[in-house]
Design a protein around this ligand. Sequence first.
Ligand code: ZN
Length: 153
Amino acid sequence: MKARLLREEDCRPSAEYPGVWRCRACNASGSGPKLSRCPKCTSVVGQRTGTMPAGTVIDNPDAWKLVLMGVAVPEDEECKERAGLNAAELAVRQAAQERVRLGIAPGDYQAFDDGLMVGYNPDDGSWKPGPNYDEAAWQERKQNSPIIIVEDE
Ligand SMILES: [Zn+2]
């Protein structure tokens, strides 16, 4: 069963998708499949995840679950049937996944879906304006926001 990733995804380091590691004890470094000890001095090392690029085809009996999560699209009939979603349902799942990835607060889901905002400014948490930005909607949201926003006077 195959599904194709819509975006770059982190994964367990492997030969195909190596993860960078660095040893603090002996300063050795490298990249490759999952390892927990330095090959030179056997100290415990930290390792970054591997990265699968967008468009990677996952061949796995559970690939349909990625489709349900809005992370991938079916790449064969078996996956399409098991996921059991039509194009509109797929789009809803993918949009929901995108909101989560952008860190949109649940209270702003409607504003995001309506194009009022596309995310948050890191300095003050204010809305990054979307194509349908409306100052009045932002002012109302700000009043009702549980997040304290500091503004210069
Ligand atoms: Zn080492």
